[in-house]
Unconditional design. Structure first.
Length: 208
């Protein structure tokens, strides 16, 4: 199957200062296209499939975030799983899965969303998954938001370590054959002879 991934959006603006000239210049730049052949062998979910992906990486997106996107897709791979507008839309996650009737079944977000966004997301989909990464900032985010998320039974929060995502970023290439193997919760991501081992850690698991 062929799926187009896009990651257009604004740069983070932690100080609340929006440089419109810089932003306009960034938006005018062209996305870098990555061709990804993603082979998933997930023994935990009994899912074995190859997805041919065209990844459009906007200049504001890092290699780290792009590779986390690809990994998140692999960990939830399904024939109906889709990339969305991502960073360019406040109303959509990075990845979602809809039923044939259009109902939102899975809502996947990367990064450190606010409690408000988490609450809204959990009201829109049957299952919500947040993949958090970034080291200490991610841990501080979870410490702050954890208590307010206990009431969301359909929410899962999964973290990757800074070392893991830093190594994933090094695998990024314009043309990639990515193999993702999952067994007993452990993940092996390989591109050619380069291998990165990832152990997703569940900060919060949804109630089944």
């Amino acid at each position: 199957m062929h799926i187009a991934l896009s990651a257009f959006g604004f740069r983070a603006d932690p100080l609340g200062i929006l440089d419109l000239a810089t932003l306009g210049k960034s938006m005018a730049q062209k996305a870098t296209i990555y061709k990804v052949e993603l082979s998933v062998s997930d023994m935990d979910r009994h899912y074995y499939e190859t997805h041919k992906l065209t990844v459009a990486k906007h200049p504001s997106e890092t290699d780290e975030r792009m590779m986390v996107r690809v990994l998140a897709f692999a960990l939830n791979a399904h024939e109906q799983l889709e990339m969305t507008k991502g960073l360019s839309s406040d109303d959509e996650p990075d990845i979602w899965q809809k039923s044939l009737s259009g109902e939102l079944e899975t809502w996947i977000t990367l990064g450190l969303p606010s409690e408000k966004i988490v609450r809204q997301s959990c009201g829109k989909a049957k299952q919500v998954i947040i993949y958090a990464y970034g080291g200490n900032p991610a841990e501080m985010w979870w410490s702050k938001i954890q208590n307010s998320t206990t009431r969301f039974e359909n929410l899962s929060v999964v973290s990757f370590t800074q070392d893991e995502t830093t190594e994933l970023a090094k695998l990024a290439d314009r043309t990639m054959k990515v193999q993702v193997n999952v067994q007993d919760g452990d993940v092996m991501v390989s591109v050619g002879e380069n291998i990165v081992y990832v152990t997703p850690f569940a900060w919060k698991a949804a109630k089944s």
